[in-house]
Design a protein around this ligand. Sequence first.
Ligand code: AMP
Length: 195
Amino acid sequence: MINIVIFGPPGAGKGTQSAKLLDKYQLVHISTGDLFRMHMKEETELGKKAKSFMDAGNLVPDSVTIEMLKDKVQAHPEARGFIFDGFPRTTQQAEALDALLSTLSTSISVCLSLQVPDEELIKRLLERGKTSGRADDANEEVIQNRLNVYMRETSPLQDFYQNQNKLSAVNGVGTVDEIFDRLCESIDKLSAQTV
Ligand code: AMP
């Protein structure tokens, strides 16, 4: 199994690149942001719980997020591997993910960390906000809060994966295809090592 964490601040291109990666490597894509948005659209209890956190650009509490992630992983016993997009975002989530994967006798193969400067992120998010219909993309204050939350709570996870020798920093500036090629290079290097 190959299990990838695609990591980076909001606007780094995680969703765009995940779509291309799952096609190439035949993996199951799990985006916790997409799952929350689906729940919000369908007005489920979970969606109602998540809405106020998401609209303000804050993290949904770990207990809720981890439970949702577990359900999604367990719904795919046939998976050849997973791409985790937007998860984990806290140390507690990263530890829960390791524990969950170990019950499936597998583990994270690599954490691909997209590196993009803040000015570029803000530009991309405001541009996306014109068409995404996402409340959290349309407002510059909320965008700034999401970047602050990333710096404070999520960015330190790079050390978590570095300590496991699983961190691969990838330049996230360039065309979609250029960035995709860089990510594939990192993944293919990894597969070559594990053969
Ligand atoms: P994203 O689509 O990944 O940018 O996520 C949009 C929003 O969903 C975030 O700003 C959070 O409010 C919430 N969210 C997504 N993934 C997580 C997570 N792993 N932990 C907590 N909140 C999350």
